[in-house]
Design a protein around this ligand. Structure first.
Ligand code: G3P
Ligand code: CA
Length: 329
């Protein structure tokens, strides 16, 4: 049945070559736990680059994940930090600027002169992989990521999902995300999740979506938590404080939750995931960053056996191997 569904989805993809329309019921038509390439194949190549996203897609990732920041002139760019210096060569190109190299102080034209540098275990190349984008390690705009995912959907013959994160609780960012997605034909059936750590941002996004009659899927990021009576809650972390919401409250404005894995204060459990599912919520986990193949396999298996629906992974190939092994059981 799964094979038949997958083949039908691929046929639809090939016939349309479109991202938003590809795959019919989008985020719901693949029953397998989803592999989300966290910042691209960020364990191997510079994060949030077209090269890194492409390697992740070649490895089989279901979704690519662009974190989003906003430039001085209002452009949405794929970048995790609200500053440019950890992941780019800004300090060498703009040494005179100072000021902490905040994204919000730079125009898109200035950002476009930068090169993204590898961090963590990433390198500047990956064996046997030649990126297809003309500037694979520049900073892409959100629209460029959307266009690239559409192009890769055609190349791969399967829908490449998008999982953008609003990194700023800013109405301009909300509007930019919704406009970019709507302009590109995304809707409630698309292979898409919009994520945020801010419930206020998601509530605002949902209200705007309702007004626009286009309820694209939302995911609230947080931590597993419990009420004093032990009932499951979602923790919203702000500095050193944690505010909690019931699963029913969260289900009132999102389609799912993205939880910190390996949280020792309140570990994710099968019972927690079962109750989230009963509330109508998908459960995704972040961040699977284990580079050792055997340790990664054990970590993925642990959460897959609890019923986790999606995994943000720095090493998408290891996540794919774990997903495939799990599905064969
Ligand atoms: O969005 C899920 C996960 O990516 C959250 O962590 O800090 O990598 O955006 P971060
Ligand atoms: Ca993220």
């Amino acid at each position: 049945m799964l094979m038949k569904t997958t083949l039908m989805a691929a046929a639809l993809c090939l016939s349309t070559l479109g991202l938003a329309a590809c795959g019919g019921s989008g985020n719901d038509d693949d029953a397998r736990p989803q592999v989300i390439a966290h910042r691209g194949a960020s364990g191997y190549l510079p994060e949030h680059t077209l090269g890194g996203y492409e390697l992740a897609i070649r490895m089989g990732a279901d979704f690519i994940e662009p974190d989003l920041q906003i430039t001085r002139d209002g452009a949405l760019i794929a970048m995790h930090d609200d500053t440019l210096n950890r992941t780019t060569n800004v300090a060498s190109l703009f040494a005179q600027r100072g000021g902490g190299y905040k994204v919000a102080d730079f125009t898109l034209a200035e950002v476009k002169t930068l090169t993204v540098v590898p961090t963590g275990t990433a390198k500047t190349s990956y064996p046997g992989f030649t990126p297809s984008a003309p500037n694979p390690y520049g900073v892409p705009t959100f629209q460029e990521v959307v266009s690239f995912a559409r192009q890769q959907t055609g190349t791969a013959g399967r829908t490449v999902g998008l999982y953008p994160e609003a990194k700023q609780a800013d109405p301009a960012m909300e509007d930019g995300i919704l406009k970019t997605l709507a302009d590109n034909g995304f809707d409630a059936r698309s292979k898409l999740f919009i994520q945020s750590f801010s419930d206020a941002t998601l509530r605002s996004l949902r209200a705007k979506q309702v007004a626009q009659n286009n309820k694209m899927p939302l995911i609230l990021l947080g931590v597993a938590a419990a009420a004093p009576d032990g009932s499951p809650r979602v923790g919203i972390v702000s500095g050193s404080t944690v505010r909690t919401l019931t699963l029913a409250e969260v289900a009132g404005f999102t389609e799912g939750i993205g939880l910190l894995i390996n949280n020792t204060t309140y570990p994710i459990s099968k019972a927690y995931i079962d109750q989230a599912h009963a509330a109508g919520l998908k459960v995704h986990g972040w961040t699977f960053a284990q580079a050792d193949a055997a340790k990664a396999a054990a970590e993925f298996r642990n959460y897959l056996e609890m019923g986790m629906d999606g995994m943000f992974a720095n090493y998408p190939d290891l996540a794919m191997a774990a997903r495939d092994a799990f599905m064969k059981k």
